[in-house]
Design a protein around this ligand. Structure first.
Ligand SMILES: O=c1ccn([C@@H]2O[C@H](COP(=O)(O)O)[C@@H](O)[C@H]2O)c(=O)[nH]1
Length: 271
């Protein structure tokens, strides 16, 4: 999916919601464990319940890898089930020497048909470029993550006084363009989102950290929205585990609907 199509979906749905499919067998309703593929069955019902509010789905690959070959099968089925007008993100946080990155890219963009993949920037340009060679696909580079430990390196001043995240943004924004690169910026970072926005005014941000991690959607919009929205705000546990029994899909729909309504109000306010 290209940038124009993504923006059109945001305008059509009045939403910049990304639903995180972090599907954990120990958390899904017990009755689904009797299904042949409980992970896919859970995802299928979540997708059916939230697709009219979501502009993106983000399976975190760890939850599928952890289940071995069966997990990869559930992931593939889920990806194929997601409606084609909804943006897909493989949250895999890959990146390695060039020839290895090329194969990671092939795995997620060719063997599977994800629109985008999250990539760690810290091995530098040759580890990221191979992902950018796929026409119509996106790299979502970690810039300022939502976790407490992001302070250890990303906010740490480099020799020239700039924090690492700033160096990452300035350098990496030369590698691709707002048509094929986005940045991960945590919702828990408040005003810092505004600092990131100043450095990369046009790029989309993937923003995890609302819901279970306590980030504020209002702050994200205030500091991070640009004239084309420029945001995909993710919630995983806050949506998919909103209910714990036979009502789980309806409960997820209610949570997704609440976020969509807040997003619509923010779009009205800022755009
Ligand atoms: O900085 C980051 C980067 C990625 N994540 C991932 O996003 C989701 C968040 O899940 P919640 O349940 O909504 O907290 C999860 O897959 C993380 O691995 C992140 O949280 N922060």
């Amino acid at each position: 999916m290209n940038r124009k199509q993504l923006i059109k979906e945001i305008q059509k749905k009045r939403s910049f919601l990304c639903v995180g499919l972090d599907t954990d067998l120990s958390k899904i309703p017990g009755h689904l464990l009797r299904e042949k593929d409980p992970v896919f069955e859970f995802n299928r019902q979540i997708i059916d319940a939230t697709a009219d509010y979501a502009v993106a789905y983000k399976p975190n690959i760890a939850f599928y890898e952890a289940l071995g070959p069966k997990g990869w099968e559930s992931l593939n089925k889920t990806l194929e089930y997601i409606p084609k007008d909804i943006f897909t993100i493989a949250d895999a946080k890959r990146g390695d020497i060039g020839n290895t990155s090329s194969l990671y890219a092939k795995a997620f963009f060719e063997s599977m048909d994800f629109d985008s993949i999250t990539v760690a920037p810290y091995m530098g340009v040759d580890s990221v470029k191979p992902f950018l060679e796929f026409e119509g696909k996106w790299v979502i580079l970690l810039a300022l993550t939502s976790n407490e430990g992001s302070k250890d390196f990303q906010l740490f001043g480099a020799a020239n006084g700039k924090p690492l995240f700033q160096e990452v943004l300035e350098k990496s924004s030369q590698w691709g363009s707002p048509e094929n690169m986005m940045y991960v910026v945590g919702a828990t970072r408040g005003e810092k989102i505004g600092e990131v926005r100043k450095i990369v005014p046009d790029h989309f941000f993937l923003v995890p950290g609302v819901g279970a991690q306590g980030g504020s959607l209002e702050e994200v919009a205030k500091y991070g929205m640009n004239r084309e929205c420029g945001l995909l705000v993710n919630s995983s546990r806050g949506i998919i585990y909103a209910g714990s029994d036979h009502n789980f899909a309806q409960a997820a729909r209610n949570e997704a609907g609440k976020l969509q309504q807040e997003m619509e109000a923010l779009l009205d306010m800022y755009l």
